[in-house]
Design a protein around this ligand. Structure first.
Ligand SMILES: C[S@@+](CC[C@H](N)C(=O)[O-])C[C@H]1O[C@@H](n2cnc3c(N)ncnc32)[C@H](O)[C@@H]1O
Length: 190
């Protein structure tokens, strides 16, 4: 057998939790790969809300969706993911079942603009409030850059202290790879 690599495993987790017609969140839109992927999971009846603080990322994501005739399935916010509670429509009656964070910096972009623990954690807290039970939050943690290591440590402290009545927390990663390989933290709402 071949163990699932990090990105395929992140998607497998989302596939288990998300059904057509649901709402999902791409908390770090970047170049739009995950936003596009989520539009395929939720289909024509569902919707994706995607966030990024860089205009370049929002433009790339919009272009990727347009190339794939999927722009109508996503709303893009040029804003921090910790604003998601304020940004999501109040009257949404579909279920929020999945969210993904690909942490770190924009590939091919400004390496100084990175995700940081305080806003990542604030967004997770909001998601835990808004999500359906058994909804999943998937974090792909890139910790090879200095701020990434700080974010990793704060996140690990936060997720390991989440009460087990509130969430199941999974840690998935390869332990013998060189160069700080990314790993997954997945949080299932209970
Ligand atoms: C690793 S990239 C995401 C890659 C993306 N998932 C893709 O498919 O291409 C991380 C992104 O997070 C964005 N970011 C950093 N801080 C953020 C925040 N507080 N809220 C939303 N996005 C943020 C960065 O601008 C960057 O584009």
């Amino acid at each position: 057998m071949k163990l699932d690599r990090i990105l395929p495993f992140a998607r497998l987790l989302l596939e288990k939790a998300v059904s057509p017609g649901d709402i999902t969140i791409d908390a770090t839109a970047g170049n739009g790969h995950d936003t596009l992927y989520l539009t395929k999971l939720v289909g024509e009846e569902g919707h994706v809300y995607a966030f990024d603080i860089q205009e370049q990322a929002i433009n790339k994501t919009r272009a990727k969706l347009e190339e794939n005739q999927s722009a109508h399935l996503a709303t893009l916010f040029l804003d921090s993911h910790d604003q998601l509670k304020n940004k999501l429509p109040q009257a949404e009656n579909r279920k929020l079942t999945g969210a993904i964070f690909n942490l770190g910096y924009l590939p091919g972009g400004d390496k100084e603009v990175v995700t940081v623990a305080h806003s990542t954690i604030a967004a997770i807290e909001q998601l835990l409030e808004l999500m359906e039970i058994e909804g999943i939050i998937v974090l792909v943690v890139y910790h090879g850059h200095p701020e990434g290591a700080i974010e990793r440590d704060e996140l690990m402290q936060y997720v390991t202290s989440l009460p087990q009545e509130k969430a199941h927390v999974l840690h998935y990663g390869f332990m013998n790879q060189v160069n700080s390989p990314p790993f997954i933290i997945a949080i299932e709402k209970r």
